[in-house]
Design a protein around this ligand. Structure first.
Ligand code: BG6
Length: 507
């Protein structure tokens, strides 16, 4: 692993949750692994009136609470010695001149040149003003070092606003300077999809319409909207999860082998998948998309609040907390193979997985009751209990031919020295070394919005499209099963342990 060049990281919105819960623990973990630059500093910027000393104390508390590493206090102290704080208002251009002087000062003190990364850990409305003010202050000009800007999703609200955000950013900075975080791409197991597919000769010949019946991708959460009701109510599951995380996973699952590991080679292949998604016509939305919203329920004697009664949510809200979509990819590899994706809050468990259902054998010699059901599925578990499960039929010992479906499973945790690094650790490191492979490119973001546009329009324009209630703690609206073509076929009902499938084990 290469060590990044010396640099300063500026975090806007440094007093917020993202910085405390994710960024600081991730930076600390990089320090622990000796992956930070030899010379570096971090400047937290925000409106809260912290001194550098107070900021260091707050960040120490964050690391102690949220770090996944065994925290060695001495190491935390040596980490926080390189943290600084500048109190500033992101909407005031003069404050960026103060930031510039501060960067010069810290840069001289550490002997760091002009390499800067700007992380916008702020609400999305601030992206444009911050970019404009950075550019006005000359902080995006790369003549004295690299200048990189990190932004978090949502990248817009729909196709129009997504394009506008890209246009505004491109007027100020080059695409190569922009790192759009989709934290799913930072997950070790999402990257492992590439290795599973392209390092093994075994899967690739089967990975197409001739052998695959359908593909199912689930990203389930058992939590509700928690304290994010205000944001979530204007977003919903389609924008919050499908536009980014789920479509990126579709891209990785369905892409052609890239010519190299170059960041554009990989992203070009993902883009081609997104461009090949068969558009869903507005009139077909009720047939191909099922939306739902969780209602109150009782689980093990505990009352679960319904979505409309969550803090910050409109009492008559029609925002979806669950969505399931069926679609096709129009290309030679996937023509005619249905893809089913679903995501939801307050489902029975937290699981993200990709299920490849292989076609059944053309003639059932042993299990005549199998019908169109296939014995074979490959399940790629993204989280938790990260791993891979292959299901196939085996003979039960004894007379006759009694056949049983069995599991062959590999768990990441069985690897020696197992620790799955956090997505933010990987992504921050990649920005530091300038590798944009795991970041969403402008054209990918716009193509994803374009695919979702008819669904958004249909929901906006047609009030008769139902939003189904589902009791908190269940697998979403039953109607989602109607999406799946074929008698007896349903979604897989995963469990938090990879191989304990088909059980509602956490209810
Ligand atoms: C975020 C969404 O992008 O991903 C959240 O905004 C969601 O609503 C989260 O809870 C899920 O991430 P993970 O890593 O817990 O699967």
């Amino acid at each position: 692993m290469e060590n990044p060049r010396k640099q300063i990281l500026v975090i806007f919105g440094a007093s917020g949750d993202l910085a405390s819960r994710k960024l600081m623990p991730a930076l600390f973990s990089l320090k622990f692994q000796k992956l930070l630059p030899e010379k570096y500093a971090v400047i937290g910027a925000g409106r809260t009136n912290f001194t550098t000393g107070e900021f260091r104390i707050k960040m120490t508390e964050s690391i102690l609470s949220f770090s996944e590493e065994k925290v060695d206090k001495k190491l935390v102290t040596s980490f926080t010695e390189d943290l600084y704080y500048l109190s500033m208002d992101n909407s005031i251009p003069e404050d960026f001149l103060r930031l510039k002087s501060f960067l010069d000062e810290i840069g001289k003190q550490y002997g760091i040149g002009g390499n800067y990364i700007f992380y916008m850990a702020t609400p999305p409305v601030m992206y444009e003003p911050i970019a404009v003010n950075l550019a006005k202050a000359g902080l995006t000009d790369q003549s004295e070092g690299f200048r990189r800007v990190i932004i978090e999703k949502p990248f817009g609200y729909d196709l129009k606003s997504g394009r506008k955000l890209n246009r505004t950013l491109h007027e100020l900075i080059h695409e190569e300077q922009i790192f759009r975080i989709d934290h799913y791409l930072g997950k070790e197991t999402v990257q492992n999809l590439l290795v599973t597919r392209f390092a093994n000769g075994l899967f690739e010949p089967l990975w197409n319409r001739n052998y695959i019946d359908r593909i199912e991708i689930t990203s389930a959460e058992n939590i509700g909207v928690e304290d994010r009701g205000g944001y979530y109510d204007s977003s919903g599951a389609l924008r919050d999860m499908v536009q980014n995380h789920l479509l990126q996973m579709v891209g990785m699952t369905a892409m052609e082998p890239p010519s190299s590991l170059d960041s554009n080679a990989i992203r070009n292949e993902v883009l081609k998948v997104l461009q090949s998604l068969q558009p869903i016509r507005e009139e077909d939305v009720p047939k191909q998309v099922i939306r739902g919203q969780y209602t109150g329920s009782l689980i093990r004697g505990e009352c679960m609040t319904g979505y409309r009664h969550e803090k910050g949510v409109d009492r008559n809200s029609r925002t979806e907390t669950y969505v399931a979509v069926k679609f096709y990819i129009n290309n030679w590899r996937w023509g005619g193979v249905p893809f089913y994706v679903r995501t939801g809050k307050r489902l029975p468990t937290r699981v993200t997985e990709i299920v490849v259902h292989f076609k059944p054998t053309p003639h059932h010699l042993f299990r005549r009751d199998l019908g169109k059901l296939s014995a074979n599925q490959l399940i790629i578990r993204i989280q938790p209990d990260e791993g891979i499960l292959l299901k196939f039929d085996m003979k039960e010992p004894g007379a006759g031919f009694n056949v049983k479906n069995v599991n062959m499973d590999f768990h990441y945790k069985d690897l020696a020295n197992f620790r799955v690094p956090s997505a933010y650790e990987r992504l921050l490191y990649d920005v530091m070394i300038g590798d944009s492979t795991l970041f969403s490119r402008d054209d990918e973001v716009e193509t994803a919005w374009k695919f979702l546009e008819p669904i958004q329009k249909a929901w906006e324009n047609n009030n008769s499209i139902k939003i189904f209630g589902y009791p908190a703690g269940t697998w979403g609206p039953e109607h989602a099963n109607d999406l799946i073509e074929g008698e007896w076929l349903t979604w897989r009902y995963p469990c938090k342990n990879l191989a304990d499938d088909e059980l509602y084990c956490e209810l």
